[in-house]
Design a binder for this molecule. Structure first.
Ligand SMILES: [Zn+2]
Length: 242
């Protein structure tokens, strides 16, 4: 019997996410994986010597290419897009990112993120919660609830951690959600005025929100994969299950 090919689990998840956001009016944008220090950090309100830089362990390219690095997040695409397009803006950015850290069951030196950016008039955290509510209902099922908790990321103010109600136990508590009923799923917030000013958008006229979600983590949660490294080893015994 002939064997046919099929998609990798990460491709399934990316297509699913992109499909949901397209229905919500978002367009896909892309940017380079080799970035400058300016786009990866400074333009995102993370100046040199700011302690927040320690949040991103960075692969720097050779010293003669000073200032070039492998992007640590998909957020620099926000800056590149806002430099070229006037608001209103509604984009998502699925892409590969890199971190200089040891690998274990939940960390890889490369993984995928999906970034989102919406800029419009009179936008508040309520809009963020509404959009994310629709997204997670599509991703994890209609009964999924969303919860925001205060957090800190330099390029947003205020920043939030986003939790979803556990899709396995429905919020009653189980091993997947560590008996809490909630799963920590993404970082988000209102775009920092410094970021908007830096790309020439008047922050008194326009506001917006941004979010970033780890695609590998979602694939692991959805498919019950307990080691991120399995997604990159090309082991057919794993891949053929999808
Ligand atoms: Zn649970």
């Amino acid at each position: 019997m002939e064997k046919s090919g099929h998609l990798h689990p990460l491709t399934h998840v990316i297509r699913h996410m992109v499909g949901i956001f397209r229905e919500l009016g978002f367009q896909v944008a892309e940017g380079p994986e080799i970035e400058t220090e300016h786009y990866n950090f400074d333009a995102l309100n993370i100046p040199k010597d700011h302690p927040a830089r320690d949040m991103w362990d960075t692969f720097w390219l050779k010293p003669q290419n000073r200032g070039l690095l492998l992007r640590t997040h998909t957020s620099p695409v926000q800056i590149r897009y806002m430099e070229k397009h006037k608001p209103p803006i509604r984009i998502i950015v699925p892409g590969k990112v890199f971190r200089y850290e040891a690998t274990d069951s939940t960390h890889e030196a490369q993984f995928y993120q999906l970034e989102g950016l919406l800029i419009d008039k009179d936008i508040s955290l309520a809009h963020l919660k509404g959009v994310l509510g629709k997204f997670f209902e599509g991703l994890f099922g209609r009964q999924t609830a969303v919860r925001l908790r205060p957090s800190y990321f330099p390029f947003v103010e205020p920043g939030v951690e986003v939790d979803v109600s556990c899709f396995k136990c429905g919020g009653r508590g189980c091993g997947l959600c560590k008996e809490s009923g909630w799963i920590e799923i993404m970082g988000a917030g209102m775009v920092h005025p410094n970021v908007l000013r830096g790309v020439g958008i008047d922050e008194r006229e326009w506001q917006g929100f941004a979010f970033g979600i780890g695609i590998d983590r979602v694939a692991m949660l959805k498919y019950g994969i307990d080691d991120i490294r399995l997604l990159y080893q090309g082991d057919l015994r794993v891949v053929n299950q999808f």
